[in-house]
Design a protein around this ligand. Sequence first.
Ligand SMILES: *[C@@H]1O[C@H](CO)[C@@H](O)[C@H](O)[C@H]1NC(C)=O
Ligand SMILES: *[C@@H]1O[C@H](CO)[C@@H](O)[C@H](O)[C@H]1NC(C)=O
Ligand SMILES: *[C@@H]1O[C@H](CO)[C@@H](O)[C@H](O)[C@H]1NC(C)=O
Ligand SMILES: *[C@@H]1O[C@H](CO)[C@@H](O)[C@H](O)[C@H]1NC(C)=O
Ligand SMILES: *[C@@H]1O[C@H](CO)[C@@H](O)[C@H](O)[C@H]1NC(C)=O
Ligand SMILES: *[C@@H]1O[C@H](CO)[C@@H](O)[C@H](O)[C@H]1NC(C)=O
Length: 934
Amino acid sequence: MKFMIVAATLAVCLCLSTAAPLTEEVENIVPAAEENYRLITDIEPINYNVSLKPYLLDSDPSEKRFTFDGEAYITIKPKVTTSTLVLHSKNLKYSLREFYAKSKPDVKTTLPAVEPNNVTDIVTYTLTSALVANQEYVLHFVYTGTMDDDMHGFYRSSYTDSKNNTKWLGSTQFQTNHARRAFPSFDEPRFKATFDITLTRHKSMKTYSNTRIVNSTTNGDYVTDRYATTPKMSTYILAFIVSEFNERFNGDFGVIARPEFYKQTEYAFDVGQEILKDLGDYFDIPYYSMGNDKMHMAAIPDFSAGAMENWGLLTYRERALLYDEGSTTLSAQQYIAAVVAHEQAHMWFGDLVTCQWWSYTWLNEGFARYFQYFGTHNVETHYQMDQQFVVDQIQAVMNMDSTVNTNPMSDENTNTPADLSRMFNSISYNKGGTFIRMVKYVMGEENFKNSLREYLKTHQYTNTVPSDLFTVWKKYIPAQFQSYADGLFKSFTEQVGYPVITFNLTTPTTLVISQKRFLLKEGDGADGSLLYTVPITYTTNVENNFNLTTPKLFVTPNDTSVEQTLPQAVSWIVGNVQETGYYRVNYDVKSWHGIHHALLTNNWGGIHELNRAQVVDDLFNLARASVIDYDLALDILAYLKTETNYLPWTAAFNGYNYLVIRLGLDTKNFAVYIRDMTSKAYDFLGFEDKPTDTTLDIYNRAKILSWACKFGKKECITKAQEYFKNLDNKPVPVNIRSAVYCTAMREGTEADFNKLYNKYLTETVATEVTLILNSLGCVKDSKLVSKFFHIIVSDSVRRQDKSAALSSLYSENNENVEPVFDLVAENLDALANSMGGYSSVASVISNIASRFTTAQQETKLKNFNTQNRGKFGSSASTLDSAEKTVKENLDWAEKKLGTFKSHLDKYTTGGSASLSGFTALSMVLFAVLARFLC
Ligand SMILES: *[C@@H]1O[C@H](CO)[C@@H](O)[C@H](O)[C@H]1NC(C)=O
Ligand SMILES: *[C@@H]1O[C@H](CO)[C@@H](O)[C@H](O)[C@H]1NC(C)=O
Ligand SMILES: *[C@@H]1O[C@H](CO)[C@@H](O)[C@H](O)[C@H]1NC(C)=O
Ligand SMILES: *[C@@H]1O[C@H](CO)[C@@H](O)[C@H](O)[C@H]1NC(C)=O
Ligand SMILES: *[C@@H]1O[C@H](CO)[C@@H](O)[C@H](O)[C@H]1NC(C)=O
Ligand SMILES: *[C@@H]1O[C@H](CO)[C@@H](O)[C@H](O)[C@H]1NC(C)=O
């Protein structure tokens, strides 16, 4: 499953280029239950033959509406002689349960009518006579199930068509443990089997499943579609859709969506074929050769994740698949290509070769995330996704991974449903992809490709654990690094966290390199003693080559520090070239000044944009964690006044965002400061797309505009309002839409809100719907805040979109944090009902509370928790961690925020003269450079 919460937040940030931060995840830690959630492996399923008939229509018998009839024949083979049969089943009502030996189909034995364990969903059948080892048996079930609206299992979804009729459809989401709601099953990834699916539909509808239809037979108003046998695969990637969708299909590859959206399927159709072909070439296993000779990608109106990699029937949120030339932003278009690449990469990493259990989710998701960037990059090079990986993925996971609320990539402690959801966090995705990229740079691109080919061929149609991958990888690690391979693999996948590597020039030619785990917070209980095996790269002003990504050396847990003698004295050194390694870098103060100086010279001293982004990100976080002084960090960060590249600016906005949140309502001086810091980039980029723009220029413009407008740059606000006023005559240029809409809402009246809200109600392009919805959250007027809150709670906003809309409402304006908390508290039950449960509300509360800045707000949270914790069940622990987070934030602000505030004070009273280190010379240099770049 892809884009879970974190990625969805990211996508919102990207699509909207808002000032919204990458939210730090607050984990919902539920103590592991006693129940054994795992099936015994004595019995293996060989084949499932499942027939389903859903009832979705008005014309269906009313008592059957939103249920389905099911019948399943499961061929099994015991590995040992046993009289215990266990499998999963959830919310299924049986009318027949029996089994027989495959060789004696006439001798049937009835299975006892036992209920599944209500915690683990495991049904245990104790048989009167044992199943004999290595003989095949057939289990036969006739049952009914329900089609709920919770976006899991075989669920229902709906939309309004162009004639204002409500249309119903059925679709599936089985990952991680919901196939058991559609048919009794061995519902764990390690039980691979083949599937023969049969779906019966009303003749007005069509069905889709993983494979091709081999036979359709009509019986009155109903048609039964029988599907070709699937390859051997896990239950969680099975899928079916019953709908009135139509398709754009070339015989092998198709995109399906609501008929009204046919035109919007073209981009995914084209780019999907190219990426699929390219990935097949890269892996040296063409997709169509793997045992499933077709692929459909479907856009589903209600969808819980971002998209899902069902083999041959990939499902997506509409905004992750449907592109409209006139109103989809470049970043939303990029997101479509990237999600397609992610899901398609799963056909190999996930579907063909599957993690043995969710403890190793990263074996699926880390690779999917890696190819989401680098696979897309091979086909759609102009997006520059290879460059975006560092700021989107590495820097986005580093904060969480340096607190106590993290988990190792390979986490043996994975049992309960809460554990399973945890494994779909940014550790499996971002850190997984980061670790894979780091290994690639150790072995080199060609070795890396060959290692993946070997891994896939060796393990196709089976399951793997990390050591299977490492065994293959070790064959491809160059001889000089062999002795570090195990340490590299294990220290980053079995331990939490990552190090800060200190580069200390103790003499002009002596470099001392040492490591220590980076911890973001003092005393939060995280283990600071962990050590890693780390590939080290660096370059200096003398060498000045940011292409040298092969490790120069390793530091290991064995050496507290490593000494290197440089051939000659250097004026600067930069570690972790292109941020190829998963670590932060600190320097002795003199070396920091050397970097600062270089950044102020022509072309930033030749320091690569990824390393400028790294320096910025490291400075913010080393200062936040008290590893270096804020004054030092802020002095160097003043170089940003000369910066025009998206990558360092993205790192900067993420860093500033934390500080802005901590400032609460006291952002007046920051506004002056940030307007000044961004003024050059603002002038350089202008308001509208230019023919010379790179993709990253376009993204940077959206970001710079949104920050400049948000922090009161008059010209920016006036221009944005002009665009908004003329909206009906002249559409706002797509790539600055979010900045324009957001500014219009922040500064606007109720009439402005209504104008945009009406556009939301009538808009037919999913990417634009999402953009508008999240822009509406920029309102600041308290009446409009309340109005939008109630809209979010109502049916006007789909459940899947509620939390992102709420997030914009409390994150776009610091002034809204407490009012939105109050609204949540006042409307608690209604919100829980509309979001599908209290656990979603717990996350909302935790995210709002992470923005609290006063003791009075802390008290408010505590009172709320005391009064309401009973309603939250197991997610009450989220409320507790929210309290802990608030306390940590207030403590931090008390100790550290003063330095930042006085820096801002000095800055605003002293004007730009107080910009220490920013010399007149570099101003001139910048002016020259800016002209050159234009
Ligand atoms: C689950 O089953 C146990 C034991 O049969 C019972 O005590 C408990 O109330 C059940 N829980 C739910 C939520 O039905
Ligand atoms: C669409 O139908 C709903 C009720 O089903 C109705 O309230 C609404 O006014 C209709 N809209 C249009 C544009 O006809
Ligand atoms: C399709 O299935 C029906 C019912 O099982 C069978 O009678 C018919 O022969 C099949 N047709 C083809 C072309 O296989
Ligand atoms: C680094 O690689 C880039 C792209 O391949 C190339 O343009 C540049 O000249 C290289 N720089 C050095 C110092 O080799
Ligand atoms: C680290 O030290 C241990 C024990 O002395 C040794 O077995 C291991 O090979 C060393 N690792 C490296 C990478 O040198
Ligand atoms: C660098 O090394 C010197 C000399 O050993 C030491 O005093 C200083 O604290 C070190 N700096 C850092 C940042 O570790």
